[in-house]
Design a protein around this ligand. Structure first.
Ligand SMILES: CC(=O)N[C@H]1[C@@H](OP(=O)(O)O)O[C@H](CO)[C@@H](O)[C@@H]1O
Ligand SMILES: [Mg+2]
Length: 545
């Protein structure tokens, strides 16, 4: 086939460093950018095959999210804007690691296994973040797409969720919206403006929000979006990339893990602040109280705020739709307790990784999912959207029901249902606070987080740890779970679990308890148990205090 000759010819220009092997992990490939040129070219090839197989447009995003600036990575986006199907992750790994002379046979293997029609047209959307390596790496993606005869559209600098959105718009023939950045802003901002029309007497002070853009793409895109907001929101952007380094001491991951304000932002008592991550698919909020004490409102607090709002609207609208919140084991115990016992909503716990949460959320009429780290969104079933739509157009219902139905409709439009989206989540949260006339302090007081601690332990092979029950219990190595259970018993309100990370070569330890000292001590003791029973390497974990 002529195209294969082209692939062979071109692939020599994107050579694979001998001996290098990388894995398509939880969030695609991620590594130091110098190792990634061949990966990008080959993911261009894979996206063409995926496009032929699904007879749809596929997306490729060049980004390494919250990783340091030197790193880069690539994520593939499936037809409805969701993450690449798990069955294709192994093809991605196979293509990435094939030696030069094995490349064509690797492509043929996928074509045969998947029964792909080679004559089918292929189309791939490409986007990139602001890293200095992203320009040449996205060119390598495009080279791969063209070498295999695919059509491409290069969106240039976009956030990861914007690219997911474009793919979904394209494959729904515009039903989800216009597949342009302008179309994205228009849809979200119009819905936001309609929603805040329900907020009475919002002062300029209440409309003010400080945003830490992590010196990345989120800052650029937020600036573009603001011009569509008609002053409904007053945003001051910090860490906008004009001087600081991407993700360096700033951004959502830094704020969540370090539990402190990022550098480059002035936080005065009462200011409402939020941080995006490096590709703007995560968001966390925070503020400093009058004593200058830092308070974090993470994914769990966001899920609680959004699900409370939606549940109230569903009741007001008189709609009998089932709402559920999907979390992972990292969700703070207080949030789960509040959702289940005070709000009486169904709570599901899944394994770590957005694809698991997204999948579980699809089972409900309204599925709110958030990882504690701030990645999340809301999914509405087709049936739920139809019911809301019908009610919003029903002229026989009373004003209260009508208003609730219209607000639900705007909520659906402000949300990016394809994936967690910092810009979209920010608009929804801001609208809810404005409508409820709620300050960030009041939001924070809905429930009080249990003090918690996350630690990492290095072991020689983290795969010796196997877990069950959505990663909340370890089934191997022998004796580990028993040791954790015995330690947990010695603290009040305590919970702890361990699991191998899917993105780093470490075992993660999580502990929570009634006080910070107890959470820290428990996390340390569990780390020691991991170190001793699961083949710890290097120095024994030291106590935190
Ligand atoms: C505790 C934690 O925050 N884990 C993160 C992290 O996964 P690990 O498998 O824990 O390394 O990266 C994932 C991808 O970004 C994200 O989905 C997940 O929430
Ligand atoms: Mg991200």
């Amino acid at each position: 086939m002529a195209q294969f000759e082209e692939v062979s010819k071109q692939s020599i220009l994107h050579p694979k460093p001998a001996g290098l092997a990388l894995q398509y992990g939880t969030a695609g490939f991620r590594s130091n950018s110098i190792h990634l040129d061949h990966i990008m070219f080959r993911m261009g090839l894979l996206a063409v095959l995926r496009s032929k197989k699904t007879k749809s447009t596929i997306g490729i995003m060049v980004t390494a999210s919250h990783n340091p600036e030197e790193d880069n990575g690539v994520k593939l986006v499936d037809p409805m804007g969701e993450m690449l199907a798990a069955t294709w992750e192994s093809y991605a790994t196979m293509l990435a690691n094939a030696e030069q002379e094995e490349l064509i046979s690797a492509l043929n293997e996928i074509i045969e296994k998947e029964g792909i029609d080679k004559s089918q047209e292929a189309s791939v959307f490409v986007g990139k973040d602001t890293r200095s390596s992203s320009a040449s790496l996205s060119q390598a993606v495009l080279d791969g797409v063209h070498a295999l005869g695919g059509h491409s559209k290069d969106y240039g600098l976009v956030t990861t969720p914007q690219l997911h959105y474009m793919v979904c718009c394209k494959n729904t023939q515009g039903k989800y919206g216009d597949a342009t950045v302008e179309g994205y802003y228009k849809k979200l901002c119009q819905a936001f403006t309609q929603l805040v029309g329900n907020a009475s007497n919002c002062t300029d002070d209440q409309k003010h929000l400080c945003v830490d853009g992590a010196n990345g793409i989120g800052a650029l895109k937020l600036r573009e979006m603001i011009s569509h907001l008609n002053k409904g929101l007053q945003v001051t952007i910090f860490n906008d990339g004009s001087k600081g380094k991407l993700n360096h001491q700033c951004g959502a991951d830094f704020v969540k893990v370090q539990q402190k304000t990022p550098t480059g932002i002035q936080v005065n008592p009462g200011d409402r602040c939020c941080s995006f991550d490096g590709d703007a698919d995560r968001i966390v909020y925070y503020f400093a109280d009058s004593q200058q004490v830092f308070h974090l409102l993470d994914g769990d607090k966001i899920a609680t705020l959004i699900s409370t709002f939606l549940k109230e609207l569903l009741i007001q609208a008189g709609l009998n739709l089932k709402i559920a919140v999907v979390q992972t084991a990292y969700a703070n115990g207080s949030s789960t307790d509040y959702l289940e016992n005070t709000m009486n909503v169904t709570v599901r716990c899944t394994k770590t990784g957005v694809k698991h949460l997204h999948h579980a959320a699809l089972e409900f009429d309204v599925g709110v999912y958030f990882e504690a780290n701030g990645h999340g969104t809301v999914l509405f079933s087709k049936a739920a959207e139809d019911k809301i739509q019908q009610l919003a157009q029903d002229s026989r219902i009373d004003d209260e029901r009508k208003r609730a139905a219209l607000m639900l409709q705007s909520t659906i439009n402000v949300i990016n249902q394809t994936v967690g989206d910092a810009l979209s989540d920010m608009l929804l949260i801001e609208a809810i606070l404005a409508i409820k006339g709620m300050t960030v302090e009041q939001w924070d007081r809905i429930y009080t987080d249990l003090p918690n601690r996350q630690l990492k332990v290095k072991v020689s092979d983290r795969r010796v740890i196997d877990t069950t029950d959505a990663e909340r219990r370890a089934v191997s190595p022998a004796g580990l779970q028993e040791a954790i259970d015995n330690l947990v018993k010695t603290y009040r309100k305590a919970r702890s679990f361990v699991r191998p990370s899917g993105t780093e070569d470490v075992v993660r330890v999580y502990a929570e308890a009634d006080t910070q000292e107890s959470a820290d001590a428990l996390a340390h003791e569990v780390s020691l148990a991991v170190y001793r029973l699961a083949g710890g390497v290097g120095e024994e974990p030291k106590p935190l205090h």
